[in-house]
Design a protein around this ligand. Sequence first.
Ligand code: NDP
Ligand code: HSE
Length: 430
Amino acid sequence: MSTPLKVALLGCGTVGTQVARLLADQSADLAARIGAPVSLAGIAVRRPNKHPDVPAALLTADAMALVASDVDLVVEVIGGIEPARTLLLAALRTGKSVVTANKALLAEHAAELFAAADESGADLYFEAAVAGAIPLLRPLRESLAGDRISRVMGIVNGTTNYILSAMDETGSGYAEALEEASRLGYAEADPTADVDGYDAASKAAILASLAFHTRVTAADVYREGISAVTAADIAAARTLGRTIKLLAICERNTGDNQESVTVRVHPAMIPRGHPLASVSGAFNAVFVEADAAGQLMFYGQGAGGAPTASAVLGDLVAVARNRVAGGRGPGESAYAALPVRPISMASTRYHVSLDVADRAGVLSTVASVFAMHDVSIAAVRQEGRGDEASLVIVTHSAPDAALRSTVDKIAGMPVVRDVVSVMRVEGEDL
Ligand code: NDP
Ligand code: HSE
């Protein structure tokens, strides 16, 4: 057995508490797996007096002093950009390997963190940052490193999936479901990061960076959250045999003789028979499509203290093993440097629900606007309601910009009384 490895734990909230528990409960097994015992040197929190269950000798409010002490590994589960960025840069620059669950930080500052890790030869691991307990980043970084990934698509935010599932399955209200997701420890400290899609966008940036060997930041990701999804949208989707999920979609595009990448996060209607439709509660599921491997699906608990701590501990064992063996895990791989294109250039499908005047020629007038923008209609459903009609149009694939212009034009037509909802459609070839 080598000399003990000292670990600094930064943060002891939903995830940190479970990391500390697993470190204590499994210390003998961890030592055997790593080849050296692991000892918890200290736990940095914001308010030490709020942690009566943690031995006082371990607690400190001075996270920087803990990082600067003689620890070997730093585990960060504070969240947010600062002080996490400064703390992790300080750790990496002094050769201390880092394990973090902080997707917001990685989606903005991965390049800077990897550069600091490269300079000192430290490891930077972050499996828990995307999709909770699901081993997903290691397969992308290592197992699929010999393949060419074309698409990554899935549900990567537990809170919004919990809310949408509750609204769909039990008819629960949006606010009530969000409150429950927060109570269960799934939501971010500021849950607007979840419901407005920022959390999923950070995760999509991380996934796209790894899948396409290209630096993608949160700012490159098109983002729409679920706050505009209504009970009526969910009921309409149900009538059509569909359900609504918040999806993260990372695609490699090969048109125009130049490869590029588009990364987007938005609610989408998917058929109830689609495998993602049955992913409910705080579970996540991600499809990866690669040239040689074909289609792979990763599924499991996407949020919560214990599931996330499992991913953190897996990384901790990996970086500790590297340290004992005197080696290092993979660093940043951004050599492909593919251009990241806006969603306007992505190929999508729309479900458009309109209230229109119910008189002769209205359907053909509306249809002509789709034709004018070179958008092909896949299905139309009309239902009369007195002098008004509800008109639902589902399109074939078209550039998002063309679909957006079509909807903008239709919204200004005198025969269109209201654009009730516009939702992208995924997961079926119409
Ligand atoms: P919590 O809000 O529950 O915990 C945050 C912890 O950080 C608290 O212990 C807090 O201290 C401490 N903290 C906050 N600011 C500071 C500071 N300036 N210095 C030292 N400590 C500080 O967050 P979670 O555990 O839910 O999340 C932690 C990270 O894990 C985030 O990056 C999150 O995105 C990520 N994550 C979370 C998942 C989840 O399901 N919850 C799943 C996957 C990833 P105090 O307790 O004293 O306030
Ligand atoms: N708030 C995040 C979610 C935690 O709900 O998915 C897991 O990353």
